[in-house]
Design a protein around this ligand. Structure first.
Ligand code: SF4
Ligand code: SF4
Length: 74
């Protein structure tokens, strides 16, 4: 089971100031909460990762980055 819960609250946090503001985020994909779900279906170019600034990342004690490329936190 993934470490982060796939909840509406976490998705909102992700897409209101974190993944959505990230230079690597695939605009228009409608995706989010990669740390709980899975990696992106789009090709991602690494241009930075906002995860370490995100309350979901902090509250769940995560340490990784680029979940949109690597898949969910375990
Ligand atoms: S997982 Fe990290 S790199 Fe990917 S879109 Fe979200 S903040 Fe950006
Ligand atoms: S840790 Fe990254 S992928 Fe997870 S909710 Fe925050 S910004 Fe989104």
């Amino acid at each position: 089971m993934a470490k982060v819960k796939d909840t509406p609250e976490n998705l909102k946090i992700c897409l209101q100031g974190n993944c959505d503001k990230c230079p690597s985020y695939p605009e228009g994909s409608g995706e989010g909460l990669y740390c709980a779900r899975s990696k992106s279906k789009k090709p991602i170019e690494r241009k930075g990762c906002n995860c370490p600034e995100c309350p979901v990342w902090i509250d769940n004690g995560l340490s990784g980055m680029y979940y949109c490329i690597k898949g969910s936190a375990i």
